[in-house]
Design a protein around this ligand. Structure first.
Ligand code: NAD
Length: 450
């Protein structure tokens, strides 16, 4: 059976693909299992060389990959280029990390114990549609570096960059069977990977709802699981902040990728004493966001990924918002940049919208800011804007979230751990921490007696 992949900016088909089912998922796991003994035995330096070659191939094919990503997700070409640049950086990073992820020697009574980092086996990588190539690389890099083989399942809406990455792995010299890409439904292929007895771990990025199913399904075989799930992050603006800078940065942190970002700081918490002033600055900055054709070099925001996503986003906005931007009068799943004034109890402030809708909420003082910021089941990211360094650190330490920035609006860096508290998931991606999620620690005692 085939299915059609659409360009969300034109609503026109861009590819017709075979849909894999359980049989194909099983075949991919079998290939990965067969490739595992020899791949896990490749010397770390040789695995590093292959990952470095892969990184270089991504750089050489960056423009093609960026165009695929832009057409398939509807993201502006300038942003897509940045994301593909990060894919290459991720592979470079893990090429360099492979032979630095080492064990210890521990003196103990009667001898010495040594610890080793062993690969897990076959790892299932399940990724969402919002940053398809990027998030695939966050999992592929450390999984391969540690000596695992993988089955990568991209989202049904956006499978094209994963397929191209799979080809580049082969071109780089990664042996056949080490990286397998299976395009199919989550409820079929994804579910099969979760339950398959020969899959040792599921590395999942997606919604909290499906994350629960992953945990339940993995229980049967005691699979290792890492979960990167949803978010409802706060952008906290104190009265002593550089308000102009904070307001100029705020649209990026909630409208980037048309708001379809797990790190979106979609709750903007503003100290009441500067609330009106900041709201005015925010609306001015939002007015400047260039919405339009993703292929245009100047475009800053494209359409949503699908008609269904647009319907979901629209359901969050009742009545007339405080500000609603313009959208192109053309085909495409457009939704305008929207600012609403809200209370933290409103649905728009409690649930992940995954669209360009910012909820602005007033707070009284530092304690109130922390209380509101933490009053959510999620805990992924967030920003704190203040000129008081002690306050910045106090609030950061008190915030229940995995990735925070002070006087900045970004969360993701190749070198630093990324992941959530609470219902935003567990386990860390990126940086050296990710390697822990793709290896087991083995302790070997060596007797020095006799
Ligand atoms: P989703 O949960 O619907 O799907 C994610 C992946 O899981 C897809 O590949 C899908 O096919 C698969 N899937 C769906 N049902 C499945 C099942 N029953 N068994 C196994 N696999 C299944 O999420 P989405 O709509 O693609 O992505 C948006 C969500 O992802 C948002 O909630 C967002 O916050 C989250 N996300 C989180 C991060 C992070 O790092 N924390 C990053 C990006 C996106």
């Amino acid at each position: 059976m085939t299915f059609t992949v659409l360009n969300p900016a034109t609503e026109l088909p861009i590819a017709e693909l075979e849909q894999a089912g359980v049989e194909e998922a099983d075949a991919a796991v079998a290939w990965a299992k067969a490739a595992y003994p020899s791949w896990s035995a490749v010397a770390p330096g040789d695995r590093a060389r292959l990952l470095r070659r892969l990184a270089t191939l991504v750089e050489e094919n960056a423009e093609e990959l960026a165009r695929i990503e832009s057409e398939n997700v509807g993201k502006p070409i300038s942003g897509a280029r940045g994301e593909i640049g990060m894919v290459a950086q991720v592979f470079h990073f893990y090429a360099g990390a492979i032979d630095k992820h080492v064990g210890e020697t521990i003196p103990v009574a009667g001898g010495v114990a040594a610890t080793f980092r062993e690969p897990l086996g076959v790892v299932g990588l399940i990724v969402p549609w919002n940053f398809p190539a990027n998030i695939a690389s966050w999992k592929l890099g450390p999984a391969l570096a540690c000596g695992n083989t993988v089955v990568l399942k991209p989202a049904e809406l956006t499978p094209l960059s994963a397929l191209r990455l799979g080809e580049l792995c082969l071109e780089a010299g990664v042996p056949e069977g080490v990286v397998n890409v299976v395009v199919g439904k989550g409820s079929v292929v994804g579910q099969r990977l979760i339950e398959h007895p020969d899959v040792a771990k599921i590395a999942f990025t997606g919604s909290t709802e499906v994350g629960r199913l992953v945990m339940q399904g993995a229980a049967g075989t005691i699979k290792r699981v890492t979960l990167e799930l949803g978010g409802k992050s706060a952008n906290v603006i104190f009265e002593d902040a550089d308000l102009e800078r904070a307001a100029a940065a705020a649209p990026y942190s909630v409208f980037d990728n048309a708001g379809q970002d797990c790190c979106a700081r979609s709750r903007i918490l503003v100290q009441r004493s500067v609330y009106d002033r900041f709201l005015g600055l925010l609306i001015d900055a939002t007015r400047d966001v260039k919405v339009g054709d993703p292929a245009d070099e100047e475009t800053e925001m494209g359409p949503l990924v699908s008609a269904a996503q647009r319907e979901t986003v629209a359901s969050f906005v009742d009545g007339e918002p405080t500000y609603r931007g313009d959208i192109p009068d053309a085909p495409g799943y457009w939704y305008p940049c929207t600012v609403v004034e809200a209370s933290n109890d409103d649905r728009v402030a409690r649930e992940e919208v995954f669209g360009p809708v910012a909820a602005v909420i007033p707070f009284e003082d530092e304690a109130d800011a922390i209380r509101i910021s933490n009053d959510t089941p999620y805990g992924l990211s967030g920003s704190i804007w203040t000129r008081d360094g002690s306050r910045a650190l106090r609030v950061a330490r008190a915030t229940e979230a995995g990735v925070l920035s002070v006087n900045a609006n970004t969360s993701v860096r190749v070198q630093t751990p990324f992941g959530g508290f609470k219902q935003s998931g567990f386990g860390r991606e990126l940086g050296m921490h990710a390697l822990d999620g793709y290896s087991e620690v083995k302790s070997v005692f060596i007797s020095t007696e006799g």
